[in-house]
Design a protein. Sequence first.
Length: 169
Amino acid sequence: METIINSQLMRYLEDQQLISDRQYGFCRGRSAGDLLGYLTHRWVEAVESKGKALAVSLDIAKAFDRVWHKALLSKLPSYELPEKLCNWIPSFLADRSIKVVVDGACFDYKPINAGVPQDCVLSTTLFLLHIIDILQISNIHFYADDSTGDALYTGRSNISRENFAEYRD
């Protein structure tokens, strides 16, 4: 059932163009190689124009564990998803708990209000919906939970090296 729901949800998100073209992970026909090819092209542009390229890469540690249910659920209606799906997703995430084991000692189950289940096909799509806002910032690209921001500074004959450094900063 989860696979069917995920397939229909991804089709809807793609048809409505809700998935950013700067998201390379968890998207059909897109790969890490595509992102690397795009960034390499951007950096070559900077070098060829006697400029500089900067990139900052970040990884969201334990990304799937950090999906805050309340924030995710509050976003769903804005995507104009079917009401039944918007009502089903909270039940999919509800009543989950974790059990911690340290050196063989087991602790009681604790309820959680964040995170999507590991190894579930729907979890990747829910994660995408959770981070979709970040991709509205220009020059931010994602592969799954790894983000790369890049900036190009092209050389101009009428700008001194000192001014160039100032503009870059």
